[in-house]
Structures are given as structure tokens and as C-alpha cells.
Write a protein that binds this ligand. Structure first.
Ligand code: PMP
Length: 380
């Protein structure tokens, strides 16, 4: 098997899994319980939170970590929670057109509740035009939510410049959130740029079922889940010590190994890019000012990408696409469309995404298989 869908999900790190299994035997108490075991777990969870903030070089006296089930829930909590709690301050919200559905669909919901949302255009180079951004900030703007690394094409957005515009604006009440689900441990990030940000464990060789919203302590949110009052009353429900411990460990490990992993994955990206460019009928999406080497997106011009992905899958080579082969209805990638304005490319895009467990030899096998498949399938 050749697994090139690491932006979809990563292989669980052996050490992470070891902690998780051990904890399920040892630390299975309820951290909200007032018995000795519960109190010990609760104390350690507080330490894991501090450890996460320290690892990310964030001031732990200013920020809190709220554990959630993953990035979807963290995005919902940040955006819905902030807008609903602060609607008296303003009704204008800003996001981008290439956000993950767990952000875009939340803004669509908020429009139904009476909020006014601006969806920012993204230039072909994967950045936001700063003059345009400046021009849409209003006195009643309360929230800007823009991702850092895009999950489909890997472009890195110019959030440091966006932050600069927000800081210099006369409107001092804007809160800046970023969905960092595809960015954590994959790009060097100044996390202090953000008032709130979202992370998820299984994108960094951790387990599924845990993510977090990290937010400045003085930001008020409305909870989405009510109950026993865990997580500062923002996300009730019993915490999972084993998931939290393994997530904190994964963050520490993959931040520590960042430079080594990044250099290796960049060498895979460079190799795949060079080889893909030799194949006719392929358009690699790389017009970006900056791209994250963990993700590479290309389109199969005049060949249905869903058929290509299925044929690769039959050879146990796993990549990802937007369109579904069984469906008559072609799914256009709104991300690739926004960047290219080309419907054919947006309908036939394929994403390959790497991890440290991939090798150049695997990429060679993938390239050969892809060439063979493209030569055998009819054009559309
Ligand atoms: N945001 C981005 C950018 C993502 O790539 C994903 C996962 N594909 C999510 C949010 C949702 O993450 P989760 O599965 O942890 O809810």
C-alpha cells in the first residue's frame, strides 16, 4: 500500500499509541471526580495544557486550551461561540472563500441568524489582497477567521500581513481566529498572531477524537454544549485523559522534530513536483507565493480525476479528490476554482499529501502508475 492522503488522516505514531493504551489501563478515572485518581488526572491535564502552550511558545498566562472532539468542533466553538456571545458589539464577520466546510458552513448558519459575512477572494498566488482586506473592515466588524495552510492545495495565506492590517485598523474590537488543522507541525507559525486558533490531533500522527481551541483568556464565548461545566463551562463532557496525554505528546514530538521532518517532506514534494511536470496532460497547482510541502495538488486535464483516483486505489495507491466516481454530478473544488477560475481544473483536481513515513520510491511507483492510468483512460 502507498498512502498519499496524509492531509486526510495520518498514521498513528507508535509512541502516541503506546501512551494511549497504557493510559487506558492506568488513567481511566473521571478527571472531574473528586477522588484521588480524578484529582491527579485533572492536575496533570492542567499541566498538559500548559505544556502545549509552552511548546507552541504562547504565553500560558494569557491563553487557555479547550479540548474538543476535533477541528470541526473547535471551529464551531470559536466562530459560533464568539459571534453569538458578542453580537451586541457588531454584526460583521470576515472569512475567506477557501476555508474548510467546518468554517464556511458555520458562517452560512450565522448569516441566517442575521450576521453579515464577507467572504474574501483569494488571488491566484494564494494570498489575500491587503488593500481589498483593508477596504472591507467596518466599524461593526467583530471577527476575522482565515486559515493558514489550505487543506486542498497547500497554499500558505499571508496571515502575518492580515494581522498587521487588523492591528493598524481603527477598529480595536476585531478578534482574529485561524483554522490551523493543516498547519500545526507543518509550517513554522507565530501562534501569538491569533486571538484564537484551532488544532486537531489526527493530522499530526495523533488519535482521532481530540482537537482543541486555543484562545485568549479574556475572550468570551457562548458554549455549544451544556452540561457539567468542564473546560471553563465552554465544552461540557468528561475529558479523556488518554486522548489528552497522547495529543500533548504528539504536539511536543512533532514540534521538536519539525525542521527534520519539514526538510525531508520538502524533498518529497520537490521530487513529486518535478516528476509530475514531466507527464503531459497534468497541471500542477503551484502558482503560490508560499506553499506548504505537505500538500501537492494537480489537475488531470480532460481526464476525470475520479476515475484516475479509483484506478490508483485499485493498485493500493491512496490519494484524494473532490469528485466522486459513482456520482453523475461532478463536484467542482471550490478551492481550486477560486484560485484558477478554471472549471475543468477545478473538477479534475487530485491532492497528494505526504508524511515522514513516505519515501521517494513510493512516489516513483505512484508516478509510474499515474502515467499508465492516464495513457489507458479515455479523455473526457
Ligand atoms: N479544518 C481543516 C483545514 C481540515 O483539513 C479539517 C479536516 N479535513 C478540518 C478542519 C476538520 O477537522 P476534524 O476532522 O478534526 O473535525
Amino acid at each position: 500500500m502507498i498512502y498519499l492522503d496524509n492531509a486526510g488522516s495520518t498514521i498513528v505514531d507508535e509512541e502516541v499509541l503506546k501512551f494511549f493504551i497504557e493510559d487506558n489501563n492506568k488513567n481511566f478515572a473521571n478527571p472531574s471526580s473528586l477522588n484521588g485518581l480524578g484529582l491527579k488526572e485533572n492536575y496533570e491535564i492542567v499541566n498538559y495544557k500548559r505544556e502545549i502552550l509552552n511548546t507552541l511558545k504562547i504565553n500560558s498566562t494569557l491563553y487557555d486550551v479547550i479540548f474538543t472532539s476535533g477541528a470541526t468542533e473547535a471551529n464551531n466553538l470559536a466562530i459560533l461561540g464568539y459571534a453569538r456571545k458578542n453580537k451586541n458589539k457588531g454584526k460583521h464577520l470576515i472569512t475567506s472563500k477557501i476555508e474548510h466546510p467546518s468554517v464556511l458552513n458555520v458562517f452560512k448558519e450565522l448569516e441566517k441568524e442575521g450576521f453579515d459575512v464577507t467572504y474574501l477572494d483569494i488571488k491566484a498566488d494564494g494570498t489575500i489582497d491587503l488593500d481589498y482586506f483593508k477596504s472591507i473592515i467596518r466599524d461593526d466588524t467583530i471577527l476575522v477567521s482565515i486559515m493558514y495552510v489550505n487543506n486542498e492545495c497547500g497554499c500558505v495565506l499571508n496571515l502575518d500581513e492580515i494581522k498587521d492590517v487588523i492591528s493598524k485598523s481603527n477598529n480595536k474590537k476585531i478578534v482574529f481566529h485561524s483554522d490551523l488543522a493543516q498547519s500545526l507541525c507543518k509550517e513554522k507559525i507565530n501562534f501569538s498572531l491569533f486571538d484564537m486558533f484551532t488544532i486537531s490531533s489526527y493530522k499530526i500522527h495523533g488519535l482521532k477524537g481530540i482537537g482543541a481551541l486555543v484562545k485568549k483568556r479574556n475572550i468570551d464565548l457562548e458554549p455549544l454544549v451544556y452540561g457539567g461545566g468542564q473546560e471553563f463551562n465552554l465544552r461540557s463532557g468528561t475529558l479523556s485523559y488518554p486522548l489528552i496525554h497522547s495529543f500533548a505528546f504528539a504536539i511536543k514530538k512533532y514540534i521538536k522534530d519539525f525542521d527534520k521532518n519539514y526538510a525531508y517532506i520538502k524533498s518529497l514534494w520537490d521530487f513529486a513536483y518535478e516528476e509530475l511536470n514531466k507527464i503531459s496532460g497534468i497541471k500542477v497547482h503551484n502558482d503560490f507565493k508560499r506553499h506548504c510541502p505537505f500538500i501537492l495538488n494537480f489537475s488531470t486535464i480532460n481526464k476525470e480525476s475520479s476515475i484516475v483516483v479509483e484506478a490508483l486505489s485499485n493498485k493500493e495507491i491512496y490519494v484524494s479528490t473532490k469528485s466522486s466516481c459513482s456520482s453523475k454530478l461532478k463536484v467542482v473544488s471550490y478551492v481550486i476554482y477560486e484560485l484558477t477560475k478554471n472549471e475543468n481544473e477545478a473538477t479534475n483536481s487530485i491532492r497528494i499529501s505526504f508524511s515522514k513515513f513516505n519515501s521517494k520510491d513510493e512516489i516513483k511507483v505512484f508516478i509510474n502508475a499515474l502515467e499508465e492510468i492516464l495513457n489507458t483512460i479515455k479523455g473526457k
